[in-house]
Ligand binder design. Structure first.
Ligand code: ATP
Length: 234
């Protein structure tokens, strides 16, 4: 049977001690979709993303990627998911090329594919510079190259626009659109509706660990009375 949904989250919960960071979240991301998780800092977006990635164990609920349950097929799922964390940790002394080719070697990925992804993220000319000399935007690009290098079905980006200048944000949006056109399903988080409108086909709004609304931008504008062109942070 063909799998229609790339990601299925059902009644996911996460407790840190007595504190509940994620409360009964249901979320479906369809194959080929760009879905944005929107919410204030501390809303629970990163925790939910880490649960989806299998980096944080859910206290309850079910998460499936391409119809596979995380507990059962962890390794298989890792091959199908790419992840850009909120904060990246690179070795400052390595060049971009060394960073990406080291990672590629671990995953059995070719040199040609390394060149291709560095090209896609616009780092070919800087590939022999040390990562420690990179701006936040350039480190972001390297993180994206690493996240997409194994051609994942699902690309998960945690707050990818944070710390980028307006041009960096436009370029990031173009990359996301291109990868999506090539067939990659995308889930990303943001605290700024400006960054998600035009890009996401559907948006889920999180607040204090709960999913308070989901739908297209037009549906959310109708239901929640959001302005048609949003100029403020939610
Ligand atoms: P941000 O963009 O600031 O990361 P977020 O929406 O991604 O915001 P989370 O990082 O998921 O939110 O945090 C949700 C809540 O869970 C916050 O109140 C946070 O303090 C708490 N929290 C996150 N990680 C832990 C942890 N390891 N232990 C205890 N509490 C945590």
């Amino acid at each position: 049977m063909e799998v229609i949904n790339t990601l299925e989250v059902k009644y996911a919960q996460k407790f840190y001690g007595p504190f509940q960071a994620v409360k009964d979240i249901n979320l479906t991301v369809e194959k080929g979709e760009i879905y944005a998780l929107l919410g204030h800092n501390g809303a629970g977006k990163s925790t939910l993303i880490k649960m989806i990635l299998g980096l944080v164990k859910a206290s309850a609920g079910m998460i499936e990627i391409e119809g596979l349950n995380y507990d059962a097929k962890n390794k298989e799922i890792k091959k199908r998911v790419g992840y850009l964390p909120e904060r990246m940790n690179f070795y400052d002394n390595l060049t971009a090329w060394e960073t990406i080719s080291f990672y590629a070697k671990l995953k059995g990925i070719t040199r040609k594919r390394c060149e291709e992804v560095l090209e896609q993220v616009g780092l070919r000319e800087a590939e022999h510079r040390r990562v420690g000399t990179f701006s936040k935007g350039m480190q972001q690009r390297l993180g994206l190259a690493q996240a997409i290098i194994h051609k994942p079905d699902l690309l998960v980006l945690d707050e990818p626009t944070t710390g980028l200048d307006p041009i960096g944000i436009l370029e990031l949006k173009a990359m996301i659109r291109n990868w999506n056109k090539e067939g990659t399903t995308i889930l990303f988080s943001s605290h700024n509706l400006n960054d998600v409108e035009e890009l996401a086909q559907r948006i889920g709004i999180m607040n204090r660990g709960e999913m308070i609304a989901q739908g297209s931008l037009a549906e959310l504008q109708d239901r929640l009375g959001l302005p048609t062109k949003i100029k403020i942070d939610l």
